[in-house]
Design a protein around this ligand. Structure first.
Ligand code: ZN
Length: 1035
């Protein structure tokens, strides 16, 4: 999956980003079904039973204690579980002090003033303690482990706790993950959607094999109304069975009277119905309006990570792979798509058509299943025996050509690179009008936002870069994720880190003109920034709740994952060991599930040279612990002393156990610093080590081209030597190395290791800089500081920082042209420079932007604004009432996706309070602005001075609606929390944010993104305290 909006911040000042340069096209009067109050008067209020957490009304039965013995208010599920020592939120207590056992109940205090009620409570408490001791005494040691007891006796009588099913019976399973006693072999699904009632019916047959003797079968289902369930053993008679449901964990179960034995086959058949989802997951509805005004409804699926269970009952965990035979009923004027090619179509009584797809040749995880019912049209081609097609709504068919070409070229590349051919006969890429993520890698049926798949002949190369990147990412998943799948969500990075790495790697080869290397560099900088926080987590992290699964789709799994793969590849001799290792891994585990150690073992087993690196030994230090090292360099004569310690911005609650990484430190020096042949490698495994360089070496630059995942600090002489060298000649280092020095310097300042005066001293060299990576990195950092100062109303400093930026980069800004530009890197550079110039009210920039907008409007859009400059032009236009109104109308009528989304961002950049409030409301309501654009709108509003407090109020007031739209922990919610709070820097705001989120309790207080938001505010506060005096003195 590509998370899209969660990366907006990271690329805020890089107009190459997906937001500014992607396309979204929609009729102005398209109805977002999720919000159309006439079609769907209101969202059903969230039934606590349907939420993914443990509701307070849900009881836990403790053996020996009757249900009615528990006081409902005090003995909710979670606290009972805590009393039993079960950690539902298995985060470290440092992050989740609220999750600590006993925090909510203080026995001594509650017993200190005895009343009848407290006496009862105390007696109950004692009973619970005694029961607990007895239970723990008799409990097998593995009961509370993540995987539980992998033994056939999981239903043994000692199982201590069972929740209550919806029908009042005990539910026979008490863990978040399913038992391994029964495994699905194949599913037969028949799905029949009805667009008039916005519902569907389903008939699911699950053929299973028994792995261990058991009397229960436990699987998943959510929001399904079950009509009938039958069970059949091998060739026996089918009989009706009672299906038990435990809604908080979205689990279903049947209890059998006779025990199943290992090796037996059995069949479960379930008839059910459900609503077509109004959000963006499960089997959900979407719509668009055609040019003739006719509204078209369609339905599509988005199952990753936990929503296949909303479309059909299934074993919805990645390791329960099976084959699928899918049939979909449709009206004659619609078409259907699924993972496999269509086998046949049959007319049913009543006039519906049933499309049957081929039985899948491959075993696949449920989250990869997909089907679509729509009226899309394709264009197709053939690539090495695979039919590749791109589908869109009919009127956007002409925008699909670029995607078809990119998909074909990339498919060929991956077929060759992995030495395993894509295994299916067809590969469809489909643009869906309503789609929350960037794209989803369903096997054989990849779904996209329209923005990330459609390219018009007016698109700039930057827009093509976005589309090619997302396609490259999703195609890589067909191997990493689909063919070989992580065993559980704790290793999601095996999917996402790899797909992200391969996306950059493949594009560098297939489309070198897209300058994708610059993007990858920025991605690594932002991954370091995020991982420097105490709220970060290890790449492989234990996951044991729905919200935690959602939260794994974050920067660590994607961007840090990709970064450490690059570091590994760069540290191995040549490209071959890495490539051979991953080919071996894919071949060895084809069709299976893996964990991180399987990958490292495959890479270690490839003996390629005498300099053989033990990959497992090295890489486990990067995946099993959070954070990354700060490498400190000091020179004494010909000795260079390297020291490592964790780079952590917050020292509170940091473990005191020594954290060491196995770091492939690379370095270049003044005699040879540019070509790969200059790179030298030193492996730093210990806390301190010394390497030798000649005393004649004037300077050293570590972390060559920033391919390593660490930050470097030099001693004063080291920094001075580098700064002097750059001031004399910027070309002594590669542009990546220059950008890396700028990034590291700002990070060190945030850490408090260097004063901000040193930052300013280094930046002085920028007056001679002309390359994209150093300039965009400096602008990103300076703009962040500018916004923070602005929001602290430090107007004097704001004015001085503006002068500083314009003094430093003004000449380069002046050199930028406003005509069409071919080079992607130059487009990125000039759009970053001009957006900053205009946002700082630089007169020439404002005039030029206004002029272009006027010409564009007056010519009825025949005078085009170059694609990379549209954002700056729209932002400027939106600052006047007249311009905002014009832009608003243009947004309404524009068909062309890329421009439309940039217009929206322009509209949201207004500094008029009424317009801001209006646009926030529109985006939440859906319709005129699709709800999927809400994170973009919030981000843009929060960047401005006028709107950031409105946005924060808006989020607090509408929190319940937000978490109906976007699942708790999802990348959209992560992004919204981050955007809304990352510019606070005062104690008052810290208190407000803390107060709000802790009041949410199970509605979001436990999210990692909340911890991150609080940490960010504290860091901003600290930075202000430390640096305001310095800025006053030196800026
Ligand atoms: Zn992905």
């Amino acid at each position: 999956m590509d998370p899209f909006d969660s990366r907006i911040t990271e690329r805020a000042n890089l107009p190459r980003n997906m937001i500014e340069n992607s396309m979204f096209e929609e009729e102005p009067d398209v109805v977002d079904l999720a919000k159309d109050s006439t079609t769907f008067p209101t969202f059903p209020t969230l039934d606590p039973d349907e939420a993914v957490f443990e509701p307070s009304s849900s009881r836990l039965l403790v053996r020996g204690l009757g249900e009615n013995d528990l006081d409902e208010d005090e003995e909710d599920y979670e606290s009972s579980a805590r009393l039993l020592g079960m950690t539902f939120m298995n985060r470290s207590s440092a992050h989740r002090s609220i999750s600590s056992p006993y925090t909510r109940q203080g026995p001594p205090r509650s017993c200190s003033r005895p009343s009848a009620r407290t006496m009862v409570v105390c007696v109950l408490f004692l009973v619970i303690i005694v029961s607990m001791i007895m239970v723990l005494y008799f409990l097998p040691g593995c009961t509370f482990t993540r995987a539980g007891c992998h033994k056939p006796n999981q239903t043994a009588p000692l199982e201590p706790v069972y929740p209550v099913s919806t029908n009042g019976e005990l539910f026979p399973w008490a863990q978040y993950r399913l038992p391994y006693s029964v495994h699905p072999v194949s599913y037969n699904l028949t799905i029949s959607p009805d667009f008039d009632s916005m519902t569907f019916t389903g008939h699911t047959v699950i053929n299973m094999t028994v792995l261990h003797k058991t009397k229960i079968i436990v699987f998943h289902g959510a929001n399904l109304i079950i009509a009938k369930t039958t069970f059949r053993l091998e060739n026996g008679e089918a009989s009706n069975v009672t299906l038990l449901e435990y809604k908080p964990r979205q689990q279903l179960a049947i209890k059998l009277s006779t025990e199943l034995k290992a090796g037996q086959f059995c069949v479960l058949t379930i008839d059910y119905s459900a609503d077509l989802s109004h959000t963006y997951d499960g089997f959900y509805n979407s719509s668009y309006t055609e040019m003739d005004g006719v509204r078209r409804v369609l339905a599509a699926t988005q199952f990753e990570p936990l929503s296949a269970r909303k479309a059909f009952p299934c074993f919805d965990e990645p390791s329960f792979k099976a084959t699928f035979l899918i049939k979909i009923n449709r009206k004659p004027d619609l078409m259907t798509l699924s993972n496999m090619p269509k086998a046949q179509s049959t007319t049913l009584p009543g006039g519906l058509i049933q499309d049957e797809f081929e039985h899948s040749k491959v075993n696949m995880s449920t989250y990869l299943v997909a089907f679509i019912v729509a009226n899309f049209t394709p264009i197709s081609t053939n690539v090495s025996n695979t039919q590749v097609s791109v589908y869109s709504v009919p009127e956007k068919k002409q925008h699909t050509t670029y995607a078809l070409e990119a998909a074909s070229r990339l498919l060929e590349f991956y077929n060759n690179f992995f030495e395993i051919n894509y295994p299916l006969e067809k590969l469809d890429l489909v643009a869906i009008p309503d789609f929350l993520a960037g794209a989803m890698e369903n096997w054989g049926l990849i779904t996209f936002r329209e923005t990330t798949l459609l390219v018009s002949n007016l698109s700039s190369s930057l827009e093509k870069q976005v589309v090619a990147s997302v396609i490259a990412h999703e195609l890589a998943h067909q191997w990493f994720g689909n063919l070989v799948t992580m065993r559980w969500w704790d290793d999601l990075w095996l999917n996402e880190g790899f797909a992200t790495y391969m996306q950059f790697m493949s594009l560098q080869t297939v489309y070198p003109e897209l300058d994708i290397g610059d993007i990858f560099l920025t991605v690594r900088f932002r991954a370091l920034d995020k991982d420097a926080m105490n709220s970060s987590h290890a790449v492989s992290t234990e996951v044991n709740a729905a919200e935690q699964v959602e939260e794994m789709f974050d920067s660590v799994s994607y961007e840090k994952g990709a970064s450490i793969l690059l570091m590994l590849n760069a540290s191995l001799p040549g490209d071959q060991q890495f490539k051979k290792g991953i080919i071996q891994y894919l071949k060895q585990f084809s069709g299976l599930n893996t964990d991180t150690s399987d990958l490292w073992n495959s890479l270690t087993q490839v003996e390629f040279s005498t300099q053989h690196q033990n990959v497992s030994e090295m890489m486990s230090t990067w995946t099993s612990q959070k954070g990354f090292p700060l490498v400190t360099v000091s020179r004494r004569g010909d000795d260079v002393i390297l020291t490592q310690q964790q780079f952590t911005l917050t020292s509170d609650n940091v473990t005191h156990t020594p954290t060491l990484w196995n770091i492939p430190v690379t370095y270049v020096n003044d005699s040879c610093s540019l070509g790969p042949e200059c790179k030298q490698v030193f492996t730093l495994k210990t806390k301190t080590a010394t390497l030798k360089v000649s005393e004649s070496v004037k300077w050293l630059k570590l972390n060559y081209r920033n391919t390593g995942f660490y930050i470097v600090n030099y001693d004063d002489d080291g920094w001075t030597a580098l700064r002097t060298a750059l001031s004399n000649n910027v070309s002594v280092l590669s542009s990546e190395d220059r950008a890396s020095l700028i990034h590291n310097m700002f990070a060190l300042s945030r850490l408090g290791r260097v004063s901000f005066r040193q930052v300013l001293n280094l930046l002085n060299y920028l007056s001679n800089e002309t390359e994209t990576p150093p300039v965009t990195e400096a602008l990103f950092q300076l703009n962040n500081i500018y916004r923070l100062l602005d929001k602290r109303q430090e107007y004097g400093l704001v004015a001085r920082l503006k002068d500083f930026i314009l003094h430093l980069l003004g000449p380069l800004m002046d050199k930028q042209t406003w005509e069409e530009e071919d080079s992607v890197s130059k487009q990125v550079l000039r759009s970053a420079l001009l957006e900053t110039a205009c946002s700082l009210n630089e007169e020439k920039c404002i005039q030029k932007a206004k002029e272009l907008f006027k010409q564009h409007v007056e010519s009825n859009a025949t005078v085009r604004i170059p694609g990379d400059l549209q954002q700056v032009v729209f932002n400027v236009a939106a600052q006047s009432d007249e311009g905002w109104t014009t832009l608003h109308q243009m947004y309404y009528y524009t068909k062309y996706d890329a421009e439309k989304r940039k217009m929206l961002k322009g509209l949201a950049s207004t500094q008029d309070a009424r317009q801001i409030v209006m646009i926030l409301k529109y985006a939440l309501k859906g319709g005129f602005i699709q709800t999927q654009e809400l994170p973009l709108v919030i981000k843009t509003v929060c960047d401005g001075f006028t709107g950031y407090l409105f946005a924060w109020d808006f989020i607090q007031e509408n929190w319940d609606t937000l978490i109906e739209k976007f699942p708790l922990g999802s990348f959209s919610i992560q992004a919204i929390i981050k955007f809304a709070t990352s510019q606070f820097s005062t104690q008052a705001h810290l208190n407000q944010v803390q107060g709000f989120f802790s009041s949410l309790k199970e509605r979001g207080s436990q999210m990692r993104s909340v911890q991150e938001a609080l940490e960010t505010i504290r860091l901003n506060q600290r930075w202000m305290n430390d640096n305001l005096p310095v800025l006053h003195k030196w800026l």
